[in-house]
Ligand binder design. Sequence first.
Ligand SMILES: [Zn+2]
Ligand SMILES: [Zn+2]
Length: 394
Amino acid sequence: MPRFSARWMVAVVLILVVSGAFFFCEYLIYFPTIFKCSWPKISHARGGEDIDSRPTDTAVRAMVLSDTHLLGAVGGHWFDKLRREWQMERAFQTALWLLKPEIVFILGDIFDEGKWSSQKHWEDDVRRFHRMFRHSTDTELVVLVGNHDIGFHYEMDWFKLQRFEKVFNASSTRIVTKNGVNFLLVNSVALHGDGCPICQSVEKELIKLSRDLNCSLQNSQSGGGGTDSCEGSQLYPPTPPIMLQHYPLYRVSDAGCTGQDAAPPEERHLLFREKYDVLSKEASQRLLQWFKPRLILSGHTHSGCEVLHDNKYPEISVPSFSWRNRNNPSFILASVSPSSYALSKCFLPEESTVIGVYCSAGACLLLLFLAHCLWMKGLLQCLSLCLLGKHKSL
Ligand SMILES: [Zn+2]
Ligand SMILES: [Zn+2]
């Protein structure tokens, strides 16, 4: 009878340890970590000038993440895919539930193999994306194009670009306006500047958007009377845009980047290649001149960085949202009003913490098993001694 209850007790403790560790690591851990994050107050916005005195709740609450890299059918191992997608889904759904963003931007490289996936595999990737990043109608999800979605410039074609645009039902270069804030989305993969048909089309669209934005500013300054050159232009709220794109603007390297999610020290001094790691100098300057953005948010490097271009245009590199690319993924929380903004970064649970919890649970189980074996061995010895004693006494 005691042997039977001991076995049951061990079984119950074993189930509790295994299910507790699993429930904590796969579900619960996201809540306390993301609960610590909050929307930044716009009165603490950077720059010190043109501070908007309105409370944060009138600003747009924008969540920005990047480089989700949903693994494809060719290069992705099924367990890797299952694990990373579950982690991203839980992190995203928990963030939606706790932080309630009005708009979410994903800065490209949504899919790892969009650049070469067959139609069947593409549809499967898209289906999984929609399941992971499902959201209510209170939240708008805006997706930008990255080199892994349609290929680097030499791999990109109309078929891949249109396939991407069709899934997300929008052009890859456009302006999204929310509560008087202009978010400019740029297809940075098509800014190679070599006159390719897609590059020409994107540049034409950018020139039109630049003209529309400049005319909107002029129109508001002149009290409604725009110049002749602005005839027929589409009017937007008269405020410089927040520019979002996959490739960062040109910078020499990540040598000046600091912070816990900057590139590792051994990689920081590697020189960036124009049109591959970052946009070309020429394309970067053109974008700055055309739009004079008050903030640039970009992805692609998978690491965090803050850069100030020409001493007046701040750019934030948003790290990868996938644990496959980093131990400490994160996303940006941006409170944005028409005249100012404030940013904060929300870190997700570290992969090493999860591994640590599983290893501790494993060690507990091992100790429990050993203790059980020793206890059973002791019990058996005790029983045999008792029986032996009885035998001798007979
Ligand atoms: Zn990427
Ligand atoms: Zn990329």
